[in-house]
Design a binder for this molecule. Structure first.
Ligand code: SF4
Length: 239
């Protein structure tokens, strides 16, 4: 319960964050210029909180909210095409109660899984600036402190992988430079297991291509390839 309360406090802080002026302005612009298909939506257009099971053993790290997806609905990956792929895979492997979620007020729930992102505000053209990533990093580092049961971490795509590795190094993990690819499994080790006691259960990182339309529509990432990653995640969990 303490973890749940601390995570809730952290996410409440995230939602009020204004550190990145460019992104705050962009979110306002997005909600002022809605596409016709979403003109009846009252856009969230604020930083998106992470969500999931506070006792999760699996942590998914996305890149950034989609301007017309999570940024519209108010929950990460909810109502966008990447989310449709991600939620479907999580459902197939027992980490979610539904194969998709289109609105934040439905009863969709993650089980044993938590979803966060490299940055929490939708950036123009899906391209965050380096300083925006740094502004947002403390929230991810704090989540790593709080999610003490995480055993497997899955960054979605190359940028999320690079930034996750940078954060893990800052947390005392001994990580050589890892090459990006799909479905690679890496073991994680902390330099000082006593100092990093909170992160002792985190042992494995699994890479995947991001389920973006750029990848899914070109066939670079297929459903079987994506599901294979979650099959590997299941196998890595101790029970
Ligand atoms: S991207 Fe992160 S640091 Fe920047 S305004 Fe949004 S929540 Fe704050």
């Amino acid at each position: 319960m303490r973890t749940e309360i601390a995570l809730k406090g952290l996410q409440d802080t995230v939602v009020r964050c204004h550190k990145c002026a460019r992104l705050v302005a962009y979110l306002k612009e997005v909600s002022n210029h809605k596409p016709r298909r979403y003109r009846d939506w009252d856009y969230w257009s604020k930083p998106l909180p992470s969500f999931g099971d506070p006792d999760a053993r699996v942590l998914i790290v996305g890149l950034a909210p989609a301007a017309q997806g999570g940024n519209r609905t108010g929950r990460m990956f909810t109502g966008d095409r990447s989310g449709e792929w991600l939620f479907n895979a999580l459902y197939q492997f027992g980490f979610a109660n539904h194969p998709n979620s289109l609105r934040a007020d439905d009863d969709f729930k993650l089980d044993d899984c938590y979803i966060t992102a490299t940055i929490r505000c939708a950036p123009p053209k899906n391209k965050p600036l380096p300083e925006e990533i740094e502004n947002c990093r403390p929230y991810f580092l704090k989540e790593l402190d709080l999610l003490r049961k995480v055993e497997v971490i899955v960054p979605l795509g190359q940028i999320a992988l690079a930034q996750t590795l940078k954060s893990l190094r800052q947390k005392g993990f001994d990580i050589p430079s890892l090459s990006f690819g799909h479905g690679k499994v890496y073991s994680l080790r902390t330099r000082n297991p006593v100092e990093n006691a909170d992160l002792r259960s985190l042992r494995t990182l699994i890479t995947t291509y991001h389920p973006s339309q750029q990848n899914t529509q070109t066939g670079k990432l297929t459903r079987p390839m994506f599901h294979q990653v979650f099959k590997m995640v299941r196998r890595k969990l101790k029970r």
